[in-house]
Design a protein around this ligand. Structure first.
Ligand code: GMT
Length: 375
């Protein structure tokens, strides 16, 4: 199949999932065209059947806001025609599903049918898309997609609850390429980060309010009083500076490292003992899954789709949002003795194997076939 993937090219979960999906589809022989404003960060290499088409939005002084949707929909029309693309897969409803719908309509005028699959990722529904400024357009885009998927049961339920959805929503969970991990690291450099007797705790996110970064710091503060530990914070975003200030206030600067954004999270996760995800809302928690496949148990909240990924008392523990005491106690429970830690590490990886790309990829292929049959 010839598939166009529209996504955010950044470190955000939706962009990561879209990019990993595209790369995996290309390995299965499909021709994949990424269409976005920058080469996706996880896109390792462009090969014969992976293409990247940059959406240019020329600056024009009249525009206070440059019309990205317009440029994207025009680019989609041109690329579909030029490369004979058969399916359009848009990740994150805003504005991709809206632009995709416009492209579909423009192509229909020329007698070209192109089905559009929209994958809902989380904040496009629960946070941004739900705002009255966007809601009518998001509702319209969902209802006018040919097939709609969501990354968890929880997000499906949220979409039905928050929007007047006429379309069936299929759950296709996020995934992980297990083989990649089985064949990876021989060079896990733990000693660069911590002493032998210290535990390593990590957090990876876009440092937005929804991630409750101050809870990450507070949990760690409580844990390090009871267990020798280091905290590694990976990512960039508005809550990073306040977090650095909090670390300073608590006097734990020597135990917390802020690494910024990284394309090599596996190198950090390979030596981590525990992953913290105290989010206020999370449709799935891809970061938790990436930790788990690296044998890192997860201390998280029980919000949204996280319970579909992290299993309480098995791959980690789940607590109420904001209950930093409970999360710190659970962290200590896992870290305090080697045997328990090893059991949780094994379980975390076993649980991650339920989301192997080899199981999930055929579900997307079925979705594309279903969309194509709608012609
Ligand atoms: O908040 C983020 O981590 C970024 C955001 C995105 O859309 O890029 O992530 C959302 O999509 C991910 C991939 O499907 C999910 O794993 C995240 O749980 C989801 N984030 C939220 O719902 C807050």
């Amino acid at each position: 199949m010839k598939i166009a993937i529209v996504c955010y090219p950044t470190f955000g979960g939706s962009g990561v999932v879209a990019t990993e999906l595209g790369m995996a589809l290309s390995r299965r022989g499909h021709e994949v065209h990424f269409i976005t404003y920058k080469q996706p960060v996880r896109l390792e290499q462009l090969t014969g059947n992976i293409h990247f088409h940059e959406v240019d939005v020329p600056e024009y002084p009249l525009f206070h806001y440059q019309p990205y949707e317009l440029a994207l929909s025009s680019k989609l029309v041109n690329m579909v025609k030029l490369h004979k693309i058969e399916v359009l897969h848009v990740h994150y409803a805003i504005p991709h599903a809206y632009a995709g719908y416009m492209a579909k309509q423009m192509l229909a005028e020329e007698g070209i049918f192109i089905p559009m699959v929209t994958t809902l990722h989380g904040t496009d529904i629960t946070l941004v898309g739900n705002h009255p400024f966007y809601k009518p357009a998001v509702t319209f885009s969902i209802n006018n997609s040919d097939v709609v998927t969501s990354v968890s049961q929880s997000l499906r339920a949220d979409t039905i609850r928050l929007f007047n959805v006429q379309k069936e929503i299929e759950v296709v969970p996020n995934f992980i390429d297990i083989m990649k991990y089985k064949n990876s690291f021989t060079d896990c450099q733990r000693s660069l980060m911590a002493d032998e007797d210290e535990k390593i705790i990590s957090h990876i996110s876009n440092f937005r309010k929804v991630k409750r970064i101050d809870d990450v710091i507070q949990i760690f503060y409580k844990v390090q009083k009871r267990i020798k530990a280091k905290l590694i914070m990976v990512g960039q975003g508005p809550e990073k500076e306040p977090a650095e200030e909090l670390v300073h206030e608590l006097g734990i600067e020597d135990k917390v490292v802020f690494l910024g954004e990284s394309n090599e999270i596996d190198k950090i996760l390979c030596f981590s003992d525990l992953f913290l995800l105290p989010s206020k809302s999370e449709s799935f928690g891809l970061a938790a899954l990436e930790a788990m496949v690296n044998r890192v148990p997860v201390i998280s909240t029980n919000t949204g789709g996280i319970p579909e990924v992290n299993i309480h008392g098995y791959s980690g523990y789940l607590s109420e949002v904001g209950d930093v005491d409970d999360m710190a106690n659970n962290a200590v429970k896992i870290l305090q003795d080697t045997k328990t830690l090893e059991t949780f590490k094994d379980n975390a990886q076993k649980q991650a194997c339920n989301f192997d790309i080899l199981t999930v990829l055929p579900l997307y292929e079925q979705v594309y076939k279903k969309a194509l049959a709608l012609e």
